[in-house]
Design a protein around this ligand. Structure first.
Ligand SMILES: C[S@@+](CC[C@H](N)C(=O)[O-])C[C@H]1O[C@@H](n2cnc3c(N)ncnc32)[C@H](O)[C@@H]1O
Length: 216
């Protein structure tokens, strides 16, 4: 459980959002067993709603892990839609591909293996929705590149922007997260919210989710 939303409220939302999807629950259990920092079901449900609102047909994700958030996103795509998701770790990418296949989504997901900082220069937009959940020190580096491949009116969703509250000076008495990562996210938040091409709101759900829309 995180520091931001009271545990009882998170537990309640958790129960609501997980109901009925054994496939997602299994991936979440596998992720927890491997101690992977996957989004939670509450964030997955938010991603799914935003993809529907946005009418997303082409989605880009940075940080696939084993495909948990990807299943939420790809599940919201219409027939013919496509999720392109980038993962540096080949072992995780392999498991992700298997999970997409088990979810019946293999036909609409392309997992690219490699460093997002390099691969971003090879992907061609425009994307309707981009989910940034990769390596935190790269958030600032990638920001303008992601905005460039986002269509006007498209959404950039960034996870972990409150970093368990550690991004707020003095809020967490004994910070446990890497201080460089915390500084990187603090800088990202400044740039994201001041970006001339974006309109941004941050939702204090789980670890903090920033939702940005590219100006028309
Ligand atoms: C927070 S996890 C992603 C979780 C996933 N989005 C989910 O919720 O199911 C971040 C992932 O980014 C990957 N990663 C780290 N550095 C990367 C890089 N430079 N390029 C691409 N992926 C990277 C990690 O291996 C890790 O699997």
């Amino acid at each position: 459980m995180g520091q931001i939303v009271p545990a009882e409220i998170e537990q309640y939302l958790h129960g609501l959002n997980r109901a009925g999807d054994e496939m997602l629950e299994q991936i979440a259990r596998d992720g927890a067993a491997a101690q992977l920092p996957l989004v939670d079901a509450e964030v997955g449900a938010l991603l799914r709603v935003l993809a529907h609102v946005n009418g997303a047909q082409r989605i880009l994700e940075i940080g696939t892990a084993i495909g948990y958030s990807g299943v939420w996103l790809a599940g919201a795509l219409p027939p013919g839609g496509m999720l392109l998701t980038i993962e540096k770790d080949p072992g995780r990418a392999k498991i992700a591909r298997a999970n997409f296949a088990r979810a019946g989504l293999a036909g609409r997901v392309n997992v690219l293996v490699g460093d997002a900082a390099l691969l971003i220069n090879k992907v061609s937009g425009p994307f309707d929705l981009i989910f940034q959940d990769g390596y935190k020190p790269l958030y600032v580096t990638l920001l303008d590149k992601l905005v460039n491949v986002l269509r006007p009116g498209g959404m950039l969703i960034s996870d972990n922007v409150l970093w368990d509250g550690e991004v707020v000076p003095g809020f967490v008495k004994n910070p446990s997260r890497n201080a460089d990562d915390t500084r990187a996210i603090a800088e990202y938040n400044q740039r994201l919210n001041a970006h001339p091409s974006l309109i941004t709101a941050t939702v204090p759900l789980r670890d903090g989710v920033a939702i940005s829309v590219k100006r028309l």
